[in-house]
Design a protein around this ligand. Sequence first.
Ligand SMILES: Cc1ncc(COP(=O)(O)O)c(C=O)c1O
Length: 438
Amino acid sequence: MTTQPKPSADRSAEVIRKHKEYIWPAVTNLYKEPLVADRAHMQHVWDLQGRKYLDFFGGILTISVGHTNPKVTSKIKAQVDRLQHTSTLYPTEAIVDLAEKVAQITPGKLQKSFFSNSGTEANEAAILLARMATGAYDVVALRHAYAGGSSLAKSVTGQAPWRKAGVISIGVAHAISPYCYRCPLGLTYPDCGVACANDVENLIQTGTSGHIAAFMAEPIQGVGGFITPPPEYFKIVFNAVKKYGGLFIADEVQTGFGRTGKHWFGIEHWEVIPDIITCAKGMGDGVPIGATVTTSELAGGFQGLTISTFGGNPVTSVAARATIAVIEEEDLLENAHTVGAHFRQGLEALQEKYPVIGDVRGKGLMQALELVKDRKTKEPAPEAANQLLEHTRENGLLIGKGGLYGNVIRLSPMLNISRGDVDEALGLLDKSLAAVRP
Ligand SMILES: Cc1ncc(COP(=O)(O)O)c(C=O)c1O
């Protein structure tokens, strides 16, 4: 084994310097002074100065069963030495084992997978297939959505900072987001009658050709700040989508593979069976992988040829298969549910203590705090969010940020997090919130 030089402030500074010099500036880092990650194991990350952190963001909801979990990395290492790449031109045991397992855990008749390398590609494939299979072009998406970095994915995205310069949403109509805390209709749930969901039909009638290819939504809007729709929302929308011939696409890139607790997929909480599910991030515990999963019938509607050179790569496939195995063996759907509920309780207690926390929302181990300057006006407090990020870092806790206004704290530890770790995180959040000057 080669010995690494010791972590140091100089090495850290050198990485920051080179990052500035050679990486696109649009690829931003968190924190005033970027945290240079050096190594990680399970729930902990160490920076290049040797400091240790409890990770409650998991590389943006991607570390689902722990950093460098040996149950996953052992499979990766063995596969690297056996067969690293084939392209999809030759089937492998790795790709079919994963596809078979994905067919077992996805709801309804979703049986056929198209593997790619990212959430963006998974969403691209879903919309392409929906357009081919229905013969329609229009897509209904949601305001506050985030769908990825490609041109089409950006046109589906519903947040200005991610849609700059020439992103054209031809054939994409954006419905009102079910953002109850800031209801765009000025209503209050449940008296509102879920008016946002009922508006989707009118949008289809007025903002599309009346025959749609698909409705695409994240069950919980991730980058949008963990916006969690009310219980009736997706059933109402589903009926409207079906009435106008569309497919229902659940973008499970953040919610997928147990993140929301109890179920494998977030949409299952809303008792809707989608026609297509897209996933990425947490499905591989950190390897680059994406999947677009649909029924046999719809998959057969894809016209012409398609390929993804690295899609279903043997190494990433065994990683995803091993991740699913850990979730099953360690009963992590249940852990995400029960430990998530414990976490939620603690966050609500913090809300009682700190007026800056306007809203607590999410499901399972996908929980958010929306920070406001004033609980009555709900004026967003992005500066408080930045301060909280800096203070939690100083106190040894990694958290994320999101939301259109940059004022939502996103919390998403690994699914096998313990109550003890959650209590530690709550303590560190408490200490850090006390230092925030709104
Ligand atoms: C809901 C959702 N869909 C799609 C994507 C795009 O995934 P990727 O960055 O892997 O392309 C993201 C990324 O954050 C996401 O949160």
